[in-house]
Design a binder for this molecule. Structure first.
Ligand SMILES: [Zn+2]
Length: 474
């Protein structure tokens, strides 16, 4: 063959190859992002686990989930993330936090709830909480949560508008509740001010792709009946969820029986406060009948095993909640009572705590614990149509987790691995609303060094504000 004929043969091959790929591309749908090559733990209705799977994402939503072969045949991604050898899971859902309290992490530990709140946390908050404090603490909490694969969190604090602003800038999803409480607090001095704040806050953020604004009465023992009824009416009028604490300690139940002649759940039901927009944190002490009432009304429940253990609040009847198919998720609570925002630990703890208490190793198995951090947690936040599983049409909140670390080797069972062996540090890449916010453990929307420096500066201020006696010496 002459040089000339080789050249013309190559030209023919080039043209025909080019033509066939153009032809093939025409049949493919172009999407923003394809994650391909990992084991996809869908948490869909059939609990499909797809080996060598892929997920196609467009305009922030999942357009297809399936095998690599199928996705490659139908879609072309503007961006492709390789997940070979890893696991693709739905983003984790932290159902209960007070995110700026990261700045009080370790400030006062090993105390019961009332002493912890009244002697330390309320005074520390009174002296330190400003909008700037809230922004610094929120950025710290967001960075910690994103690095652990949490893509949605449900919050209750002050200056919640600033929290929403930081959360949306970081590209994270949140159900964010502005606190209403019957004493003067950092952002609002009266109930009228708080209700006006919530009115503006909900109006501003409703319809946002990432933020669900909510109203957050602190608890039935810190907000009056009249105010609770007004909050329910506000929620009915605006559709905003209600985030609150219910039945956290035995003392709360005893005090409620004494003062109101009813347990917290009975009392709230009696005054018409409960609805299918309520998200109730803790629910440690409900009776069997009360669980029935909660199910019938559709109240979302968030179990906080580590916070309840640390404050010795008790053990929520989670096996009974699961048996009755209640919408119960998992939360860390604020970092001052945990002391981190790590959902992996909550899954592990939830599974083990209930086995110990019920003396039955079969309750809260690994798959159920994982479900509480994903799809059941989405139900607790009343967002199961949007998040919590990897399904066509849902928001593209996806997390890629390593599967080959020493603590995960050898591998037998996906749910056992995720709940009992994997750590937050095994999370590699985090995608929220189709946007990569952490790639190979590097945060793309937050600066870790600045966040740590800011938090350490606040530590000095907090120590000064309280006097040295309350803080352990260096
Ligand atoms: Zn709480």
């Amino acid at each position: 063959m002459t040089t000339k004929s080789i050249a013309s043969l190559l030209l023919v091959l080039f043209i025909s190859g080019g033509a066939s790929s153009v032809f093939a591309q025409k049949r493919k749908t172009i999407v923003d992002l394809i994650i391909r090559g990992g084991t996809v733990v869908t948490m869909d209705g059939e609990r499909r686990v797809i080996e060598n799977g892929a997920v196609a994402v467009k305009s922030g939503r999942i357009v297809s989930v399936g095998s690599v072969t199928g996705i490659d045949r139908d879609y072309t991604g503007r961006e492709v993330v390789n997940a070979r050898g890893k696991v693709i899971i739905p983003g984790l859902i932290n159902g209960h936090t007070h995110v700026p309290m990261t700045l009080f992490r370790g400030l006062a530990d090993d105390l019961d709830l009332q002493e912890w709140l009244t002697k330390y946390i309320f005074p520390a908050e009174a002296k330190n909480v400003t909008e700037e404090f809230v922004r610094v603490g929120t950025r710290l909490g967001l960075a910690e949560m994103l690095r652990g694969g949490t893509t949605t969190y449900c919050d209750m604090y002050y200056f919640e508008d600033a929290i929403a602003d930081e959360t949306s800038k970081a590209g994270m999803r949140g159900v964010l509740g502005e606190t209403v409480i019957d004493f003067p607090v950092a952002d609002n001095k009266t109930n009228a001010e708080a209700m006006a704040y919530v009115e503006r806050f909900v109006k501003k953020w409703q319809g946002n792709r990432l933020i669900v604004p909510a109203i957050a009465p602190h608890a039935p023992y810190t907000v009056s009946e009249e105010h609770l009824k007004a909050i329910r009416a506000f929620s009915d009028r605006t559709g905003a969820p209600i985030v609150t604490h219910i039945s956290e300690t035995k003392r709360e139940v005893d005090d409620s029986l004494k003062a109101k002649g009813a347990s917290p759940v009975d009392y709230l039901n009696r005054i018409g406060f409960l609805s299918n927009r309520v998200i109730a944190a803790h629910m440690v002490w409900p009776s069997a009948e009360e669980l029935g009432v909660l199910k019938q009304i559709g109240v979302g429940i968030v179990h906080n095993p580590q916070s309840n253990m640390k404050l010795a609040s008790g053990v929520a009847p989670v096996p009974e909640m699961l048996k009755a198919d209640l919408p119960v998720g998992l939360g860390t609570d604020g970092a001052a009572s945990n002391n981190d925002l790590n959902l992996w630990e909550e899954m592990d703890t939830a599974a083990k705590l209930h086995k110990l208490i019920s003396k039955d190793p079969k309750v809260v198995n690994a798959a159920e614990a994982f479900e509480m951090a994903t799809i059941r947690g989405a139900r607790a936040l009343h967002l199961e149509k949007e998040i919590g599983s990897i399904e066509k049409g849902k928001r593209a909140d996806l997390v890629i987790v390593d599967l080959d670390d020493l603590n995960q080797t050898p591998f037998y069972n996906i749910y056992s691995d995720l709940v009992y062996a994997a750590k937050a540090a095994d999370v590699r890449t985090v995608i929220i609303e189709g946007r990569v916010v952490m790639r190979d453990r590097r945060l793309l929307t937050l600066n870790e060094e600045t966040i740590k420096a800011d938090a350490r500066r606040y530590r000095e201020r907090i120590i000064q504000s309280l006097g040295s006696k309350t803080v352990p010496e260096d």
